[in-house]
Design a protein around this ligand. Sequence first.
Ligand SMILES: Nc1ncnc2c1ncn2[C@@H]1O[C@H](COP(=O)(O)OP(=O)(O)OP(=O)(O)O)[C@@H](O)[C@H]1O
Ligand code: SF4
Ligand SMILES: [Mg+2]
Length: 330
Amino acid sequence: MLVLDNLKKWYPVRQSLVSSLLKPQSLFVKAVDGVDLTLKKREILGLVGESGSGKSTLGELVVLLQPPSTGKILLDGVDIASLRGNELTSFRKRVQMIFQDPYATLNQRFTIYQSVVEPLVIHGIRGEEARRQRVCLALERSGLNPDDSLLNAFPHRLSGGQRQRVSIARAIVLEPGLVVADEPVSMLDVSIRSGILNLLSDLRRDLGLSLIFISHDLSTVQYLCDRIAIMYLGRMAEIGPTKQVINQACHPYTRALLGAVPMVDPDVKRERTEIESEPPSSIRLPPGCRFASRCPFVTPECNAGEPELVEIAPDHFVRCIHPRLEPVWY
Ligand SMILES: Nc1ncnc2c1ncn2[C@@H]1O[C@H](COP(=O)(O)OP(=O)(O)OP(=O)(O)O)[C@@H](O)[C@H]1O
Ligand code: SF4
Ligand SMILES: [Mg+2]
Protein backbone atom coordinates (compact mmCIF):
# COMPACT_ATOMS: atom_id res chain seq x y z
CA MET A 1 0.00 0.00 0.00
CA LEU A 2 2.71 2.46 1.02
CA VAL A 3 6.31 2.53 -0.19
CA LEU A 4 8.96 4.94 1.06
CA ASP A 5 11.93 5.11 -1.27
CA ASN A 6 15.16 6.67 0.05
CA LEU A 7 13.16 9.33 1.86
CA LYS A 8 15.05 12.28 3.34
CA LYS A 9 14.12 15.39 5.27
CA TRP A 10 17.03 17.71 5.94
CA TYR A 11 16.44 21.02 7.71
CA PRO A 12 18.98 23.77 6.92
CA VAL A 13 20.81 25.15 9.96
CA ARG A 14 21.06 28.91 10.23
CA GLN A 15 24.58 30.06 11.02
CA SER A 16 25.78 33.32 12.46
CA LEU A 17 27.36 35.81 10.06
CA VAL A 18 30.77 35.37 11.73
CA SER A 19 30.85 31.57 11.47
CA SER A 20 29.54 31.62 7.88
CA LEU A 21 32.32 34.09 6.93
CA LEU A 22 35.00 32.12 8.78
CA LYS A 23 33.92 28.72 7.48
CA PRO A 24 31.30 28.91 4.75
CA GLN A 25 29.42 25.60 4.58
CA SER A 26 25.84 24.35 4.37
CA LEU A 27 24.78 22.47 7.47
CA PHE A 28 21.61 20.39 7.83
CA VAL A 29 19.75 18.60 10.61
CA LYS A 30 19.24 15.20 8.99
CA ALA A 31 15.93 14.37 10.67
CA VAL A 32 15.08 11.63 8.15
CA ASP A 33 18.08 10.44 6.23
CA GLY A 34 17.39 7.74 3.67
CA VAL A 35 14.43 5.64 4.79
CA ASP A 36 13.16 2.71 2.72
CA LEU A 37 10.00 1.14 4.06
CA THR A 38 6.86 -0.65 2.92
CA LEU A 39 3.49 -0.98 4.60
CA LYS A 40 0.89 -3.53 3.55
CA LYS A 41 -2.86 -3.08 3.59
CA ARG A 42 -4.28 -3.78 7.08
CA GLU A 43 -0.77 -3.87 8.53
CA ILE A 44 0.22 -2.16 11.80
CA LEU A 45 3.84 -1.06 11.80
CA GLY A 46 5.43 0.17 15.02
CA LEU A 47 8.01 2.91 14.58
CA VAL A 48 10.26 3.05 17.64
CA GLY A 49 13.28 5.13 18.60
CA GLU A 50 14.52 7.57 21.21
CA SER A 51 13.73 11.27 21.20
CA GLY A 52 15.05 13.08 18.13
CA SER A 53 15.42 9.94 16.00
CA GLY A 54 13.05 11.36 13.37
CA LYS A 55 9.84 9.41 14.04
CA SER A 56 7.45 12.37 13.98
CA THR A 57 9.16 13.91 10.97
CA LEU A 58 8.74 10.62 9.08
CA GLY A 59 5.05 10.49 10.07
CA GLU A 60 4.52 14.07 8.91
CA LEU A 61 6.15 13.32 5.56
CA VAL A 62 3.81 10.34 5.03
CA VAL A 63 0.67 12.43 5.62
CA LEU A 64 2.17 15.29 3.57
CA LEU A 65 2.20 17.79 6.43
CA GLN A 66 5.59 18.74 5.02
CA PRO A 67 7.35 17.81 1.77
CA PRO A 68 10.42 15.55 1.72
CA SER A 69 13.82 16.99 0.74
CA THR A 70 14.38 14.03 -1.61
CA GLY A 71 13.02 10.53 -2.12
CA LYS A 72 9.59 9.22 -2.95
CA ILE A 73 6.40 8.28 -1.11
CA LEU A 74 4.21 5.97 -3.18
CA LEU A 75 0.62 5.30 -2.10
CA ASP A 76 -0.87 2.46 -4.15
CA GLY A 77 1.89 3.08 -6.68
CA VAL A 78 1.24 6.84 -7.05
CA ASP A 79 3.95 9.34 -6.07
CA ILE A 80 2.12 11.65 -3.66
CA ALA A 81 4.40 14.58 -4.54
CA SER A 82 2.73 14.64 -7.98
CA LEU A 83 -0.81 15.01 -6.60
CA ARG A 84 -2.71 18.22 -7.36
CA GLY A 85 -6.31 19.43 -7.12
CA ASN A 86 -8.93 16.70 -6.66
CA GLU A 87 -6.31 13.96 -6.40
CA LEU A 88 -4.63 15.79 -3.51
CA THR A 89 -8.01 16.29 -1.79
CA SER A 90 -8.74 12.59 -2.17
CA PHE A 91 -5.29 11.76 -0.71
CA ARG A 92 -6.04 13.96 2.33
CA LYS A 93 -9.25 11.96 2.90
CA ARG A 94 -7.42 8.65 2.68
CA VAL A 95 -4.53 9.46 5.00
CA GLN A 96 -5.01 10.85 8.51
CA MET A 97 -2.91 11.52 11.59
CA ILE A 98 -3.57 11.13 15.32
CA PHE A 99 -1.36 13.30 17.52
CA GLN A 100 0.18 12.73 20.92
CA ASP A 101 -1.58 15.45 22.87
CA PRO A 102 -5.39 15.12 22.95
CA TYR A 103 -5.51 18.38 24.95
CA ALA A 104 -3.89 20.38 22.17
CA THR A 105 -5.38 18.68 19.09
CA LEU A 106 -9.01 19.57 19.81
CA ASN A 107 -10.15 23.18 19.43
CA GLN A 108 -11.30 24.13 22.93
CA ARG A 109 -13.99 26.44 21.49
CA PHE A 110 -15.57 23.68 19.37
CA THR A 111 -18.10 21.22 20.75
CA ILE A 112 -17.31 17.55 20.20
CA TYR A 113 -19.80 17.51 17.31
CA GLN A 114 -18.16 20.55 15.68
CA SER A 115 -14.69 18.99 16.03
CA VAL A 116 -15.64 15.66 14.48
CA VAL A 117 -17.85 17.11 11.72
CA GLU A 118 -15.20 19.62 10.62
CA PRO A 119 -13.31 17.22 8.28
CA LEU A 120 -16.62 16.33 6.59
CA VAL A 121 -17.39 20.03 6.04
CA ILE A 122 -13.89 20.74 4.72
CA HIS A 123 -14.19 17.85 2.26
CA GLY A 124 -17.62 19.01 1.06
CA ILE A 125 -19.74 16.13 2.41
CA ARG A 126 -23.26 17.49 2.02
CA GLY A 127 -26.43 16.99 4.04
CA GLU A 128 -26.75 17.84 7.73
CA GLU A 129 -28.41 14.49 8.57
CA ALA A 130 -25.84 12.43 6.63
CA ARG A 131 -23.01 14.27 8.37
CA ARG A 132 -24.60 13.75 11.78
CA GLN A 133 -24.91 10.01 11.13
CA ARG A 134 -21.26 9.78 10.13
CA VAL A 135 -20.13 11.73 13.19
CA CYS A 136 -22.19 9.45 15.49
CA LEU A 137 -20.83 6.33 13.77
CA ALA A 138 -17.22 7.53 14.11
CA LEU A 139 -17.74 8.31 17.80
CA GLU A 140 -19.39 4.92 18.36
CA ARG A 141 -16.54 3.16 16.57
CA SER A 142 -14.17 5.04 18.87
CA GLY A 143 -15.93 3.63 21.92
CA LEU A 144 -18.01 6.70 22.87
CA ASN A 145 -21.77 7.01 23.26
CA PRO A 146 -22.80 9.77 20.81
CA ASP A 147 -25.71 11.17 22.80
CA ASP A 148 -26.56 14.88 22.92
CA SER A 149 -24.64 15.49 26.12
CA LEU A 150 -21.42 14.26 24.45
CA LEU A 151 -22.06 15.94 21.09
CA ASN A 152 -22.71 19.32 22.76
CA ALA A 153 -19.89 19.05 25.32
CA PHE A 154 -16.66 21.03 25.08
CA PRO A 155 -13.33 19.15 25.30
CA HIS A 156 -12.46 20.42 28.79
CA ARG A 157 -15.38 18.38 30.18
CA LEU A 158 -13.87 15.09 28.99
CA SER A 159 -11.13 12.93 30.48
CA GLY A 160 -7.80 12.49 28.66
CA GLY A 161 -8.81 9.05 27.36
CA GLN A 162 -12.17 10.36 26.08
CA ARG A 163 -10.45 13.26 24.34
CA GLN A 164 -8.07 10.90 22.59
CA ARG A 165 -11.08 8.82 21.50
CA VAL A 166 -12.65 12.00 20.06
CA SER A 167 -9.36 12.71 18.22
CA ILE A 168 -9.50 9.18 16.83
CA ALA A 169 -13.16 9.69 15.77
CA ARG A 170 -12.09 12.88 13.99
CA ALA A 171 -9.33 10.94 12.21
CA ILE A 172 -11.60 8.08 11.07
CA VAL A 173 -14.75 10.07 10.20
CA LEU A 174 -13.59 10.31 6.56
CA GLU A 175 -12.93 6.54 6.55
CA PRO A 176 -9.23 6.73 5.68
CA GLY A 177 -7.15 3.76 4.54
CA LEU A 178 -3.98 4.81 6.34
CA VAL A 179 -3.54 6.42 9.76
CA VAL A 180 -0.31 7.66 11.32
CA ALA A 181 -0.64 7.68 15.12
CA ASP A 182 2.17 9.72 16.72
CA GLU A 183 2.59 8.53 20.33
CA PRO A 184 -1.21 8.40 20.85
CA VAL A 185 -1.04 6.91 24.34
CA SER A 186 2.10 8.41 25.83
CA MET A 187 0.27 11.31 27.52
CA LEU A 188 -2.47 9.10 28.94
CA ASP A 189 -2.67 7.36 32.29
CA VAL A 190 -1.33 3.81 32.17
CA SER A 191 -4.77 2.50 33.18
CA ILE A 192 -6.44 3.80 30.00
CA ARG A 193 -3.65 3.10 27.53
CA SER A 194 -4.67 -0.50 26.87
CA GLY A 195 -8.23 0.65 26.00
CA ILE A 196 -6.87 2.96 23.26
CA LEU A 197 -4.51 0.24 21.97
CA ASN A 198 -7.42 -2.22 21.78
CA LEU A 199 -9.47 0.41 19.97
CA LEU A 200 -6.76 0.89 17.32
CA SER A 201 -6.56 -2.87 16.88
CA ASP A 202 -10.38 -3.09 16.48
CA LEU A 203 -10.34 -0.27 13.91
CA ARG A 204 -7.82 -2.19 11.82
CA ARG A 205 -10.09 -5.26 11.96
CA ASP A 206 -13.37 -3.41 11.31
CA LEU A 207 -12.26 -0.71 8.84
CA GLY A 208 -9.31 -2.47 7.21
CA LEU A 209 -7.00 0.35 8.24
CA SER A 210 -3.25 0.35 7.85
CA LEU A 211 -1.51 2.02 10.76
CA ILE A 212 1.90 3.47 11.49
CA PHE A 213 2.12 3.53 15.28
CA ILE A 214 4.91 5.79 16.55
CA SER A 215 6.26 5.23 20.05
CA HIS A 216 9.45 5.39 22.07
CA ASP A 217 8.25 2.43 24.10
CA LEU A 218 8.85 -1.10 22.83
CA SER A 219 6.59 -2.64 25.48
CA THR A 220 3.54 -0.79 24.09
CA VAL A 221 4.34 -1.54 20.48
CA GLN A 222 4.77 -5.29 20.86
CA TYR A 223 1.12 -5.87 21.78
CA LEU A 224 -0.31 -4.02 18.79
CA CYS A 225 2.06 -4.21 15.85
CA ASP A 226 2.67 -6.81 13.15
CA ARG A 227 6.14 -5.46 12.44
CA ILE A 228 8.52 -3.16 14.28
CA ALA A 229 10.92 -0.66 12.71
CA ILE A 230 13.68 0.69 14.97
CA MET A 231 14.83 4.17 13.98
CA TYR A 232 18.15 5.70 15.00
CA LEU A 233 19.33 9.15 13.91
CA GLY A 234 17.07 9.34 10.86
CA ARG A 235 17.59 5.80 9.57
CA MET A 236 16.27 2.31 10.21
CA ALA A 237 18.57 0.23 12.43
CA GLU A 238 16.38 -2.89 12.41
CA ILE A 239 13.03 -3.90 10.89
CA GLY A 240 11.20 -7.17 11.25
CA PRO A 241 8.15 -9.10 12.40
CA THR A 242 7.30 -8.18 16.01
CA LYS A 243 8.09 -11.57 17.56
CA GLN A 244 11.37 -11.78 15.71
CA VAL A 245 12.50 -8.29 16.76
CA ILE A 246 11.46 -8.81 20.39
CA ASN A 247 12.88 -12.33 20.81
CA GLN A 248 15.78 -12.24 18.36
CA ALA A 249 16.82 -8.58 18.19
CA CYS A 250 20.15 -8.40 16.42
CA HIS A 251 21.06 -4.70 16.54
CA PRO A 252 22.78 -3.59 19.77
CA TYR A 253 20.54 -0.51 19.86
CA THR A 254 17.36 -2.63 19.73
CA ARG A 255 18.77 -4.79 22.51
CA ALA A 256 19.46 -1.69 24.59
CA LEU A 257 15.85 -0.54 24.08
CA LEU A 258 14.61 -3.99 25.09
CA GLY A 259 16.81 -3.91 28.18
CA ALA A 260 15.06 -0.71 29.26
CA VAL A 261 11.62 -2.38 29.29
CA PRO A 262 10.65 -3.19 32.92
CA MET A 263 10.09 -6.91 33.63
CA VAL A 264 7.08 -8.19 35.56
CA ASP A 265 8.42 -11.70 36.22
CA PRO A 266 11.70 -11.58 38.21
CA ASP A 267 12.55 -15.17 37.17
CA VAL A 268 12.70 -14.33 33.46
CA LYS A 269 16.24 -13.36 32.51
CA ARG A 270 17.42 -11.42 29.52
CA GLU A 271 20.65 -10.15 28.10
CA ARG A 272 21.24 -6.49 29.00
CA THR A 273 23.00 -4.20 26.57
CA GLU A 274 23.95 -1.03 28.39
CA ILE A 275 24.48 2.15 26.39
CA GLU A 276 25.60 5.46 27.72
CA SER A 277 25.88 9.05 26.55
CA GLU A 278 23.72 10.97 24.12
CA PRO A 279 23.50 10.20 20.40
CA PRO A 280 25.79 12.31 18.20
CA SER A 281 24.36 15.39 16.48
CA SER A 282 22.51 14.60 13.28
CA ILE A 283 24.23 17.70 11.80
CA ARG A 284 27.67 16.08 11.86
CA LEU A 285 27.19 12.34 11.52
CA PRO A 286 30.16 9.96 11.85
CA PRO A 287 31.49 8.42 8.61
CA GLY A 288 30.77 4.84 9.70
CA CYS A 289 28.00 3.31 11.77
CA ARG A 290 25.83 6.00 13.38
CA PHE A 291 25.63 3.98 16.59
CA ALA A 292 29.40 3.45 16.91
CA SER A 293 30.02 6.11 19.59
CA ARG A 294 27.59 4.32 21.97
CA CYS A 295 27.96 0.71 20.92
CA PRO A 296 29.60 -1.73 23.38
CA PHE A 297 30.51 -4.06 20.47
CA VAL A 298 32.21 -1.48 18.23
CA THR A 299 35.31 -2.53 16.28
CA PRO A 300 37.54 -0.46 13.95
CA GLU A 301 35.67 -1.89 10.91
CA CYS A 302 32.46 -0.25 12.16
CA ASN A 303 33.95 3.19 11.44
CA ALA A 304 34.96 2.33 7.87
CA GLY A 305 31.58 2.99 6.29
CA GLU A 306 27.91 2.95 7.16
CA PRO A 307 26.53 -0.63 7.25
CA GLU A 308 23.72 -1.56 4.85
CA LEU A 309 20.41 -3.05 5.99
CA VAL A 310 20.93 -6.80 5.57
CA GLU A 311 18.21 -9.48 5.63
CA ILE A 312 19.28 -11.75 8.47
CA ALA A 313 16.12 -13.91 8.55
CA PRO A 314 12.98 -13.82 6.38
CA ASP A 315 11.66 -10.23 6.44
CA HIS A 316 14.08 -9.32 9.27
CA PHE A 317 16.62 -6.63 8.35
CA VAL A 318 19.52 -5.32 10.45
CA ARG A 319 22.02 -2.49 9.87
CA CYS A 320 25.03 -3.87 11.76
CA ILE A 321 28.20 -5.66 10.66
CA HIS A 322 28.39 -7.62 13.96
CA PRO A 323 24.73 -8.58 14.54
CA ARG A 324 24.03 -10.20 17.91
CA LEU A 325 22.77 -13.72 17.27
CA GLU A 326 22.47 -15.08 20.82
CA PRO A 327 18.91 -15.09 22.22
CA VAL A 328 17.65 -12.01 24.05
CA TRP A 329 15.75 -14.09 26.65
CA TYR A 330 17.10 -17.09 28.55
N1 LIG B 1 11.10 22.11 11.75
C1 LIG B 1 12.29 21.68 12.16
N2 LIG B 1 13.41 22.43 11.96
C2 LIG B 1 14.62 21.99 12.33
N3 LIG B 1 14.85 20.80 12.95
C3 LIG B 1 13.79 20.02 13.17
C4 LIG B 1 12.46 20.41 12.81
N4 LIG B 1 11.60 19.40 13.17
C5 LIG B 1 12.37 18.46 13.74
N5 LIG B 1 13.67 18.83 13.74
C6 LIG B 1 14.81 18.04 14.26
O1 LIG B 1 14.77 16.79 13.60
C7 LIG B 1 15.15 15.74 14.49
C8 LIG B 1 14.04 14.71 14.54
O2 LIG B 1 12.90 15.28 15.19
P1 LIG B 1 11.55 14.47 15.42
O3 LIG B 1 10.61 15.39 16.11
O4 LIG B 1 11.11 13.89 14.13
O5 LIG B 1 12.03 13.32 16.41
P2 LIG B 1 11.15 12.28 17.22
O6 LIG B 1 11.79 10.93 17.00
O7 LIG B 1 9.72 12.42 16.87
O8 LIG B 1 11.40 12.72 18.73
P3 LIG B 1 10.39 12.67 19.99
O9 LIG B 1 10.41 11.24 20.48
O10 LIG B 1 11.02 13.61 20.97
O11 LIG B 1 9.04 13.12 19.54
C9 LIG B 1 15.44 16.42 15.83
O12 LIG B 1 16.82 16.64 15.90
C10 LIG B 1 14.70 17.72 15.74
O13 LIG B 1 15.31 18.71 16.54
S1 SF4 C 1 28.10 -1.87 13.10
FE1 SF4 C 1 29.50 -1.93 14.85
S2 SF4 C 1 29.13 -0.01 15.95
FE2 SF4 C 1 27.41 -0.33 14.57
S3 SF4 C 1 25.89 -1.33 15.79
FE3 SF4 C 1 27.03 -2.94 14.75
S4 SF4 C 1 28.68 -3.52 16.18
FE4 SF4 C 1 27.83 -1.56 16.89
MG1 LIG D 1 7.99 12.88 17.98
